[in-house]
Ligand binder design. Structure first.
Ligand code: FAD
Length: 238
């Protein structure tokens, strides 16, 4: 498909400011991810900050540079600014600081749930909860109950995150799964990832369509969407 790119010429660098891959996951998952990517030939640079990207050069915090015409920036999400709140209620990543009931400090009736909030009152998560769908879902359900209780003048229930586990795909056919009491990896973990992510898709038809699309991509190894641009001379010769 890409005649101008000679096989084995490309290099992939994974630059991360943290001291490990998959920061929020278990040590076993972190080590597995590192090993799998290393074996695939990825150059992993940990404890390394990306400072800038200028004229096809990635400039690192230590002053070194990597020549690259392609940069994929995946350094996480940042919350939207919520104007009107006091500055001290906004924490890291612009997340709004809330108490154990998801209520914004120094307000009576402003509640924030999910990715947009940071809560430090949950014993098992003293540094706040990970930005995951389950956290948002569980906080949403509890807040709905708590709002009814508030209306009825009853005592509110504090939020405690029930961690059902987390998983990550680390390469084709390989994943890692952290359960509250256990860990598994490899092809089986990859299959489990696929099933778990199909289950919440709404409607049988959508589930079937997604499963088929995945299956087709996996067996053909051929992305159907692509844009191939050749230098003008080559295009005329072809
Ligand atoms: C690429 C990616 C992959 C992820 N993979 C996983 C995963 O595998 N498993 C997992 O558990 N989590 C995953 N997450 C995280 C997960 O998506 C979030 O934790 C979860 O969606 C948080 O839910 P939320 O309701 O807080 O926010 P969101 O789901 O982001 O919902 C917020 C909504 O508010 C809307 N909105 C924003 N501003 C306004 C406004 N001013 N007015 C009206 N609407 C507004 C947005 O459009 C959005 O629809 C992933 C996130 C990303 C980005």
């Amino acid at each position: 498909d890409y005649p101008t790119v000679k096989s084995g010429q490309g290099r992939i660098f994974l630059v991360d400011a943290g001291d490990t891959l998959l920061g929020p996951m278990s040590k076993k998952s972190q080590e597995e991810a590192y090993e799998v990517l290393r074996k695939l030939g990825v150059n992993i640079l940990l404890n390394t900050l990306v400072k800038d990207y200028v004229e096809d050069k990635v400039i690192l915090g230590n002053g070194e540079t990597i020549n690259s015409a392609t940069l994929i920036w995946a350094s996480g999400v940042i919350a939207k600014v919520a104007p009107g709140l006091q500055a001290e209620t906004v924490g890291r990543g612009r997340r709004i600081l809330v108490d154990q009931f998801n209520k914004v400090a120094s307000t009576d009736n402003v509640f924030v749930i999910g990715d947009q909030c940071s809560m430090f009152t949950d014993e098992k998560f003293p540094n706040g909860h990970p930005q995951l769908a389950q956290v948002a879902i569980q906080q949403g359900k509890l807040l709905a109950d708590n709002l009814t209780k508030l209306q009825n003048g009853e005592a509110l229930t504090a939020f405690k995150y029930h961690d059902k586990g987390s998983m990550a795909i680390i390469s084709k056919y390989k994943a890692v799964v952290d359960l509250p009491k256990g860990f598994f990896k490899g092809f089986f973990a990859w299959i489990v990832w696929l099933f778990i992510h199909i289950i919440p898709i709404a409607g049988f038809r959508n589930k079937g369509k997604l499963a088929f699309n995945w299956f087709w991509s996996f067996i053909t190894n051929d992305p159907t969407l692509r844009l191939i641009i050749r230098p003008e001379d080559d295009a005329h010769k072809a």
